[in-house]
Design a protein around this ligand. Structure first.
Ligand code: UDP
Length: 347
C-alpha cells in the first residue's frame, strides 16, 4: 500500500523537529508526503479543507502545540488516522508547562500511533491506557536535526554571517547562552531571571552572555529593560537554526526554560541549568549534566557562579548525555509507519 502522509505543524520547534522526518519521508518508497504549515494560527481555519483535498491515510503531528492538538482534532473528525511524534512526555501538571501539557495529553488521547522518545514516555502512555502495540520508542527527531546540523556546520567550517552580531563575539572568551520564553515565567519569573543575569554580568565582566530574545512583548519588555545596555550582555534577535546550533556548540554553559534545548544541550555535552520548577523531560536530569534551578535569582546566580568558578564542578557536567535519541528517530518512525500501513491494508 502506498501511504499518503500529511504532516501538519505551525511553530519553529515543530518545523525543526519535523524536518529530519520530512527528509526521510520525502524519498521514501512507502508513499507520498504532504506538508502543511499552519503558521500558528493563520492557516488553522483552512486545515479541514487541506485534509479534504489531500485525503491523507495518516496525519503526523508533533509534540505539544495548539496547532498539533487542533490538527489532530480536525483529523479525528474526518476519521483520519493520527501519528503523534514526541508523544508521552508529561509533568503530570496540566498547568505547567501551560498550555502545552494539556495539548500533548489531549493529542495523545486522539492519536492512533504514538512515537515516544523514551521508555519513560512510553510508560506514561501505558498508564493512560494506550495499547502497547500502538507505541513505538524511537528517540526524538530533534536529536536527528541537531546532530545533522552540528556535523554539517563543523565539516563545512561554517561561521556566522558577517553582518550577524554573533560574528563580533570574542572567540577566546567564555560564552553563556540564554533562552527564555515560557508563558509560565511571564511577569515575575522573567524579572527574576533578568535580575540574576544582570548580577552575573556584573560579577563576570570577562564572560559573554548571549541571549536571543523571543519576539513576544512579554519577554522583550523585562529583558530589554533590565539587561539592555550592559556591555557583556548581547541581546540578539531569535536565531535561525544554523546560527543557534553554532551558538550552543560554542557555549560554555546554557541557561534555558525551553523544551527542546533541554534535550539538545546535554546531547552536545553542554552543562545546562533549567529555568523552570518542573520538567516534562525528567530523563535529562539522570545524567547529572542538567539541573533544575527554577527562577529564584539567588539560586540562578549561585548555580551559574559555581560552574564558572569551579573547574571540577564544571567538568562533572561537561559531557555528552543523550537519553532522547541517537540521531536516528526519523528512520525508526518511517519503519513503524510502513508496518502500520501493512496492517491497515490487511484489516
Ligand atoms: N531555537 C532556534 N533559535 C533560537 C532559539 C531556539 O533555532 O533563537 C531552536 C532550538 O534549538 C530548539 C527549538 O528552537 O530546537 C526550541 O524551540 P523553543 O525554545 O522556541 O520552544 P520549545 O522547545 O520550548 O517548545
Amino acid at each position: 500500500m502506498s501511504l499518503k502522509v500529511q504532516m501538519v505543524f505551525g511553530t519553529r520547534p515543530e518545523a525543526i523537529k519535523m524536518a529530519p522526518l520530512a527528509r526521510v519521508l520525502k524519498h521514501w518508497p512507502g508513499g507520498e508526503l504532504f506538508v502543511c504549515s499552519t503558521g500558528q494560527h493563520r492557516e488553522m481555519l483552512r486545515l479541514d479543507a487541506s485534509y479534504a483535498r489531500v485525503q491523507p491515510d495518516i496525519v503526523l503531528v508533533h509534540g505539544d502545540t495548539t496547532t498539533s492538538f487542533v490538527a489532530a482534532l480536525a483529523a479525528f473528525h474526518r476519521q483520519i488516522a493520527i501519528g503523534h511524534v514526541e508523544a508521552g512526555l508529561r509533568t503530570g501538571n496540566l498547568r505547567a508547562p501551560w498550555p502545552e501539557e494539556a495539548n500533548r495529553t489531549l493529542t495523545g488521547v486522539l492519536a492512533d500511533l504514538h512515537f515516544a522518545p523514551t521508555d519513560k514516555a512510553r510508560d506514561n502512555l501505558l498508564r493512560e491506557g494506550r495499547a502497547p502495540a500502538d507505541i513505538e520508542v524511537t528517540g526524538n527527531t530533534v536529536i536527528d536535526a541537531l546532530l545533522w546540523m552540528r556535523d554539517h556546520l563543523r565539516s563545512s567550517g561554517w561561521q556566522p554571517a558577517a553582518d550577524s552580531p554573533l560574528a563580533a563575539l570574542a572567540a577566546e572568551q567564555r560564552l553563556v547562552l540564554i533562552t527564555g520564553h515560557r508563558r509560565e515565567n511571564f511577569g515575575q519569573g522573567f524579572e527574576q531571571i533578568c535580575q540574576a543575569l544582570a548580577e552575573l554580568a556584573g560579577r563576570y565582566p570577562e564572560v559573554q552572555f548571549v541571549y536571543p530574545v523571543h519576539l513576544n512583548p512579554q519577554v522583550q519588555g523585562p529583558v530589554r529593560g533590565l539587561l539592555g545596555g550592559l556591555a557583556n550582555v548581547h541581546l540578539v534577535a531569535p536565531q535561525d537554526y544554523p546560527h543557534f546550533v553554532w551558538l550552543m556548540d560554542r557555549a560554555y554553559l546554557i541557561l534555558t526554560d525551553s523544551g527542546g534545548v533541554q534535550e539538545e544541550a546535554p546531547a552536545l555535552g553542554k552543562p545546562l541549568l533549567v529555568l523552570r520548577e518542573v520538567t516534562e523531560r525528567p530523563s535529562v536530569l539522570e545524567g547529572g549534566t542538567v539541573r533544575l534551578v527554577g527562577t529564584d535569582p539567588a539560586r540562578i546566580v549561585a548555580q551559574t557562579a559555581r560552574l564558572l568558578d569551579d573547574a571540577e564542578a564544571y567538568r562533572a557536567m561537561n559531557r555528552v548525555f543523550s537519553p532522547y535519541g541517537d540521531g536516528h528517530a526519523s528512520e525508526k518512525i518511517a519503519q513503524r509507519l510502513l508496518r502500520w500501513a501493512a496492517t491497515a491494508k490487511t484489516e
